[in-house]
Design a binder for this molecule. Structure first.
Ligand code: C2E
Ligand code: MG
Ligand code: MG
Ligand code: MG
Length: 278
């Protein structure tokens, strides 16, 4: 009885595994094609300096312009891209495209903007990402001091020793380093101090309920104070209303990003936003 049941279960599992595997391979094939066919896009979300209210930079965020499904957000393909290793190619492409766009803006007479690019944990811990970054900076001519690389807490915490070594190599190129989604992982003060970081990005979840939740406001205040004591600039993510911005301003937060200014937009729209905001 047990044997039959066992066999039946095995058959069931192997069938569903096959189906899941097929679905994954299907997306992988389409994603691979998307990369080679030029279906990826970079959208730019303004980063605003709080004291002056000026746009000083942008975060580059990938989208997939799928001929069938339309504009696909990263939440729908980053996990598969990470599981298949395709994330490496995506991140490399976004990095290069962003630096090229930055150079085009400079050529068009815009001031040099700080452009932030996300690096996945996979990409960060695999091989030597600093060589790719150095190559892209050489090829595009974008000034290293205006390129910011965003890493999540989990990417840094997975193997701290290796992470510190990699950050040191990146830092030696002259780029800026940011810790993204801060507060969602497990980094402690002691660790943060070990990483050669320039910017701390407070995760949107702590901003969402300002000013309704006193606890979140106090956490934000504490994060800003802590970051400043470590000489890090602080950027708040996901700012959607004036109350949130006003609170951040009173707490001395340096920069913000959020729908209050703009959603991520294509390069041409970002340029218009930038020019209209001056
Ligand atoms: P992230 O790096 O934390 O990027 C911020 C996300 O918050 C973006 O979502 C942005 O559109 C969204 N956001 C910004 N302001 C607001 C706001 O006021 N309200 C709301 N509701 N959302 C806001 P997006 O573009 O969908 O990207 C999601 C995540 O996908 C990113 O989170 C990042 O982890 C990942 N990602 C995006 N592009 C890349 C990439 O090129 N490479 C890698 N490795 N990951 C990427
Ligand atoms: Mg980010
Ligand atoms: Mg973030
Ligand atoms: Mg996030």
């Amino acid at each position: 009885q047990a044997k039959i049941e066992g066999r039946g279960r095995f058959a069931y599992f192997s069938e569903s595994l096959t189906q899941a595997a097929r679905a994954r391979i299907d997306i992988e094939v389409r994603l691979r094609r998307a990369i080679t066919q030029g279906e990826l896009r970079v959208y730019y979300q303004p980063q605003v300096d709080i004291p002056s209210g000026r746009i000083v930079g942008a975060e580059a965020l990938v989208r997939w312009q799928c001929p069938i499904e339309g504009l696909v957000p990263p939440a729908r393909f980053i996990t598969i891209a990470e599981a298949t290793g395709l994330i490496g190619e995506i991140d490399d492409w976004v990095l290069r495209e962003t630096c090229q766009q930055g150079q085009r803006w400079r050529a068009a007479g815009l001031p040099t903007l700080t452009l932030a690019v996300n690096l996945s944990a996979y990409q960060f811990l695999q091989g030597d990402i600093s060589q790719t970054v150095a190559q892209v900076l050489r090829d595009t001519g974008y000034p290293a001091a205006f390129l910011e690389l965003e890493l999540t807490e989990s990417a840094l915490m997975q193997r701290e020793a290796q992470a510190i070594q990699m950050l040191d190599r990146l830092k030696a190129l002259g780029v800026r380093l940011a810790i993204d989604d801060f507060g969602t992982g497990y980094s402690s003060l002691a660790y943060l101090k070990l990483f050669p970081l320039d910017v701390l990005k407070i995760d949107k979840r702590f901003i969402d309920d300002i000013p309704a939740h006193r606890d979140d406001m106090e956490i934000v205040t504490a994060i800003i104070a802590m970051a400043h004591s470590l000489r890090l600039k602080v950027l708040a993510e996901g700012v959607e209303n004036k109350e949130q911005l006003a609170y951040l301003q009173t707490q001395g937060c340096d920069q913000f990003q959020g729908y209050l200014t703009s959603r991520p937009v294509p390069a041409a729209e970002f340029e218009k936003l930038f020019l209209s905001g001056r």
